[in-house]
Design a protein around this ligand. Structure first.
Ligand code: TMP
Length: 211
């Protein structure tokens, strides 16, 4: 018998680690197993949240405060949770989300240096205990990630220096070490090896859900 609630899977990691390719690996596996799901992303996932994403990532003259960034991503997250994520999970659909609150800790907390307690306070307020069931963290040295990204037009976050990305990476790894819902995946491995690993983690969750 399948569970009443869907499962919530998030993918995390810095830019250039291959999140887009690997989110498709997750979705193909769910499809093959007949699991109902939606694929979404943060910041974004609703028209208003996507507008907030554009506002946050646009390259602009004006300096953007770290706290402004944090409030924008949590405003987008509230809308996304209310309109998309919670209704899908309650209807028994799985949610596969490209980034979630771990990104706020990694980027605004460790990257920008904001007090982590502020993020925890917003998290409690907005999520009210809801957490992903599984978080796949794709880990890669920022120098390698940057080489992979050379072809892209960079947004405001992607224009940050490598030191910023080193802090983001170590922030993610610290969080992963503290919480059993994380699986850390070495993104420097071949596409096939990464896909096989993801397959194993997601298959275990499907088995658990089908009971
Ligand atoms: P991406 O989804 O294409 O990687 O772009 C999203 C960008 O937004 C990325 O630079 C990470 C950043 N971000 C934050 O800084 N905080 C957050 O909470 C989230 C969800 C994303």
């Amino acid at each position: 018998m399948t569970g009443d609630y869907g499962k919530f899977i998030t993918l995390e990691g810095s830019e250039g680690v291959g999140k887009t390719t690997n989110i498709d690996v997750v979705c193909r596996l769910l499809e093959a197993n007949g699991v109902p799901f939606i694929k979404t992303r943060e910041p974004g996932g609703t028209p208003l949240a996507e507008a907030l994403r554009e506002a946050m990532l646009a390259v602009r003259e004006e300096e953007v405060s770290a706290m402004t960034e944090l409030l924008i991503v949590f405003a987008a997250r509230t809308q996304h949770l209310d309109r998309v994520i919670r209704p899908a999970l309650a209807a028994g659909r799985w949610v596969v989300c490209d980034r979630f609150t771990d990104a706020s800790y990694a980027y605004q907390g460790y990257g920008r240096g904001l007090d982590l307690e502020r993020i925890t306070a917003l998290e409690g307020w907005v999520q009210n205990g809801l957490q992903p069931d599984l978080t796949l963290l794709l880990d890669l040295a920022p120098e390698v990630a940057e080489q992979r990204m050379q072809e892209r037009t960079k947004d405001r976050m992607e224009s940050e220096k490598v030191e910023f990305y080193q802090r983001v990476r170590s922030g993610y790894l610290r969080r992963a070490a503290q919480d059993a819902r994380f699986r850390v995946i070495e993104a420097k491995n071949t596409i096939d090896a990464v896909a096989t690993e993801i397959d194993a983690h997601v298959s275990a969750l499907i088995r658990d859900w089908k009971g």
